[in-house]
Design a protein around this ligand. Structure first.
Ligand code: NAD
Ligand code: UDX
Length: 502
């Protein structure tokens, strides 16, 4: 095997023997939406690597070891089945697997702080810090520790301090390797990433560690798509990428309000804008608002970092992305209420879809939560149907405090109070029976194929459809007799006469 060469920023070249980059075992702390799928794909693509995914949550690990995986993600079952028990293991014996590993990924929760300094914005690194302390405590050999969680810039420095101050002579190299997968397409994204980003220290040891991780990804990711940077660039790039993506959605959503006011059609506008090759067509779908565990949390985190670095104008700029997202959700609620004679009190409203996007059962920060809460505020009776979300989850989401969702399950309230005005069904026809209106909150494909004539026949009249995802054939619905509202589309006469003023 040829020696491995590293070129430092100073221009000097360091040569290391090839066996220095040999790797044996990986352990990932955190068996969640990121840790589980990411490690399953590494195990599949690297049969020579042993991968253990560990978690403090016993039910979660039990589910990973069963036929009913803890998360719904197209293609995931297949990958897990191919490797589980061969080179992929799920375990609650966190310390044992960390001790034995050469590379330890940390993919634990990094929620928004709810109390104290930076509450409502800053990332709470409690789980990260406790994982780092445990790694230092149980390690008996040198390790590469990889930040997989999304963290504030300079977290690696803090983690490095925790590890080195408690290391008992063991050497740790910290890498930042943020994850860019999107839920619903996680396996596709992991098989075929636009890029893999690895940040490390610009020292000989740092370069060696980067190379070791690069070798893992190089099993299936073309070399040119593996970007290496310094630690801080990698950490910030993750926050920046999510902020840019969310900003596109807020931009098109801001336009959707103007479209409704002027008679323009947001789909036509975003198509026309997106055909400019400098802008591109992706991520320009207007909606009731973005959800998911990342966008809001990561932008709040970015805002806090800007404020801490004395950049209030930059902080204000990014805050606006969230403000527009909140505006979009309340604008939607106002439309529903105002079109139904300014009151939904005791009216049954069917909510189709609760997950934050299709092809996932994940409800973290789903816009459906704020829309449902807004309608409940106006005393509506909600009947909710989502093909992948359980009643227990919906009730939890509607009764939980803001940001509490992003803590390990065993630390969340055990039995949430049930919201009485909410019923959850396992059938869209049942949900819509006798309803006054239907709110489409998730773009599940099956909603497009429902028999809307049948639905109309069993609803109260006038019957309304409020499409928060622009997936419906509006013309067809109008022909059936529905009064229709779809985000950013020319308004029905009925709606024009009922302005949605908060
Ligand atoms: P998750 O809640 O699904 O999983 C985190 C897991 O970590 C939980 O199962 C929890 O029990 C476990 N955990 C917490 N502390 C632990 C500890 N000390 N020891 C062992 N296990 C512990 O979260 P997720 O969606 O997988 O996100 C994890 C990180 O990745 C977050 O920082 C998130 O911002 C980031 N991220 C998420 C996505 C996404 O699409 N979900 C994408 C990119 C990055
Ligand atoms: C996002 C990033 O895309 C991913 O790179 C990162 O690793 C994690 O955060 P995710 O939240 O899983 O992924 O899904 P994404 O596809 O980005 O959708 C986020 C939200 O934006 C969803 O609610 C979705 O419905 C909404 N969205 C997306 C729109 O409203 N319009 C669009 O054009 C695209």
């Amino acid at each position: 095997m040829p020696d491995v060469k590293y070129v430092l920023n100073s221009g000097s070249i360091i040569t290391e023997p090839a066996e220095a980059v040999k790797m044996v075992k990986i352990c990932c702390i955190g068996a969640g939406y990121v840790g589980g799928p990411t490690m399953a794909v590494i195990a599949l693509k690297c049969p020579d690597v042993e991968v253990a995914v560990v978690d403090i949550s016993v039910p979660r690990i039990n589910a990973w070891n069963s036929d009913q995986l803890p998360i719904y993600e197209p293609g995931l079952d297949d990958v897990v089945k191919q490797c589980r028990g061969k080179n992929l293991f799920f375990s609650t014996d966190v310390e044992k697997h960390v001790r034995e590993a050469d590379i330890v990924f940390v993919s634990v929760n990094t929620p928004t702080k709810t109390r104290g300094l930076g509450a409502g914005k800053a990332a709470d690194l409690t789980y990260w810090e406790s994982a780092a302390r445990m790694i230092a405590d149980v390690s008996v050999s040198d390790k590469i520790v990889v930040e997989k969680s999304t963290v504030p810039v300079k977290t690696a420095e803090a983690i490095e301090k925790i590890l080195t101050h408690n290391s008992k002579g063991i050497k740790f190299q910290i890498l930042s390797n943020p994850e860019f997968l999107a839920e619903g397409t996680a396996i596709k994204d992991l098989f075929n990433p636009d890029r893999v980003l690895i940040g490390g220290r610009e020292t000989p040891e740092g370069f060696k560690a980067v190379q070791t991780l690069k070798d893992v990804y190089a099993h299936w990711v073309p070399e040119g798509q593996i970007i290496t940077t310094n630690l801080w660039s990698a950490e910030l790039s993750k926050l920046a990428a999510n902020a840019f993506l969310a900003q596109r959605i807020s931009s098109v959503n801001a336009m959707s309000a103007l479209c409704e006011a002027t008679g323009a059609d947001v789909t036509q506008v975003s198509y026309a804008v997106g055909t400019d090759s400098r802008i591109g067509p992706k991520f320009l779908n207007s909606s009731v608002g973005f959800g998911g565990s990342c966008f809001q949390k990561d932008i709040l985190n970015l805002v806090y970092i800007c404020e801490c670095n004395g950049l209030p104008e930059v902080a204000e700029y990014w805050k606006q992305v969230i403000k527009i997202n909140d505006y979009q959700k309340s604008r939607f609620v106002n439309r529903v209420v105002s079109s139904m004679f300014n009151s939904v009190s005791n009216k049954k409203i069917a909510v189709l879809g609760f997950a934050f996007k299709k092809d996932t059962g994940d409800t973290r920060e789903t816009p459906a939560i704020d829309v449902c809460k807004g309608l409940l505020e106006d005393k509506a009776m909600l009947s909710i149907y989502d093909p992948q979300v359980t009643e227990d989850q919906i009730q939890r989401d509607l009764s939980m405090n803001k940001f509490d969702w992003d803590h390990p399950l065993h630390l969340q309230p055990m039995s949430p109070t049930t919201v009485k005005q909410v019923s959850v069904t396992w059938d869209a026809y049942e949900a819509t029976k006798d309803a006054h209106g239907i709110c489409i909150m998730t773009e599940w494909d099956e909603f497009k194929n429902l028999d809307f004539q049948k639905i109309f026949d069993h609803m109260q009249k006038p019957a309304f459809v409020f499409d928060g995802r622009n997936i419906m054939n509006l013309q067809k619905l109008r022909e059936i007799g529905f009064i229709v509202y779809s985000i950013g589309k020319p308004l029905d006469d009925w709606l024009k006469d009922m302005p949605a003023v908060a």
